[in-house]
Design a protein around this ligand. Sequence first.
Ligand code: AMP
Length: 398
Amino acid sequence: MSKFSNHNFANQKALIRVDFNVPLDKSTFAITDDTRIRAALPTIQKILNDGGSVILMSHLGRPKDGQEDKYSLKHILAHLSNLLNVKVKFADDCIGVSATELAASLKAGEVLLLENLRFYKEEEKGDEAFAEKLSKLGDVWVNDAFGTAHRAHASTAVIAKFFPKEKRFFGLLMEGEVNAAEKVLHNSEKPFVAIIGGAKVSDKILIIENLLERATDIIIGGGMAYTFMKAQGGQIGKSLCEDERLQTALEILNKAAAKNVNIHLPSDSVIADNFSNEANVSIAPSNNIPDGWMGLDIAENAQQQFANVIKKSKTILWNGPMGVFEMSKFQHGTKAIAIAIAEATKNGAFSLVGGGDSVAAVNQFGFTNKVSYVSTGGGAMLEYFEGKILPGIAAVNE
Ligand code: AMP
């Protein structure tokens, strides 16, 4: 059992860094997707069930200069109380007298939510004095914010030094994320396919390079595939392309060949004369797209080609959509990949979906429960797979 599960939090005040950076409706401030809040519930509940109390700290959005109503965590208070079935208390400042008094008077089974940490510039700067003030609110520190684990902020990493090692914990969400990522990166059963999509090659170079050391197959889809097509002499019309990355694309292909990693590029594409759901559409080989047209999704042959690779794999990592899935005309490729991953998972493969847009796609198509693990941390998961050490993880372990 893990350190967190083994620990009894009775009569302890657990200061938990959560990631409640949820999207809010611009006019009503209602939460439009509460996935991140729900993801933290098991950690909170375990501590409450033990007879401990909980102090929650998070950021919300990107406030520029101090207090801004639209970024106040008070907007999530009612929903959080409902989910926990506890009337959550609120400190309208994350440090200072009121936070200190509210934290000090917290009884077993009670929950206190602190106002947005990023109302203080010190949070993102990783200011030690600010971290120390936060640390005084709790007896133990639990990091359950995988979404910000790649940041060395005051509450996500710097705060660790104010707690002895035995009083620092990964929460259950963080533990699940780390275990899933470790399984894929360091304990993968082969064949291991990494499916990389999305808009830009430049965003995904490091992850591809790290995966070249580990995967047996890499599928490249989405807008970034056309830079690879052009690099190999293909005609890509007005598809997305990073001309300054053509050389990089060729280097990736050469490295893959040298390492015996199979790179799969989409054989055909759904093409459009416009970046719009109202555009005229047609099908073309991905390396022979007529002038004036752009590839916005992978077409049927490519879907089949990719599905065949996915279905024979034992480990699957998916980051990034195969097309402009936000538009109904160009969502079929991404959906076909989700279906193939679900089928492979049903047949025993371990599948991890990480990165904002592929997670959104899996949710949108209703496949969340048909894959092994859906990561809540977009940027953090990406950096993990780039092979970087995440400060939020190191802070708990060191
Ligand atoms: P990323 O954040 O890099 O994973 O990219 C996700 C975005 O890539 C989504 O908003 C998709 O609409 C976009 N995308 C995927 N395929 C294409 C394409 N063929 N052309 C333009 N944009 C694309």
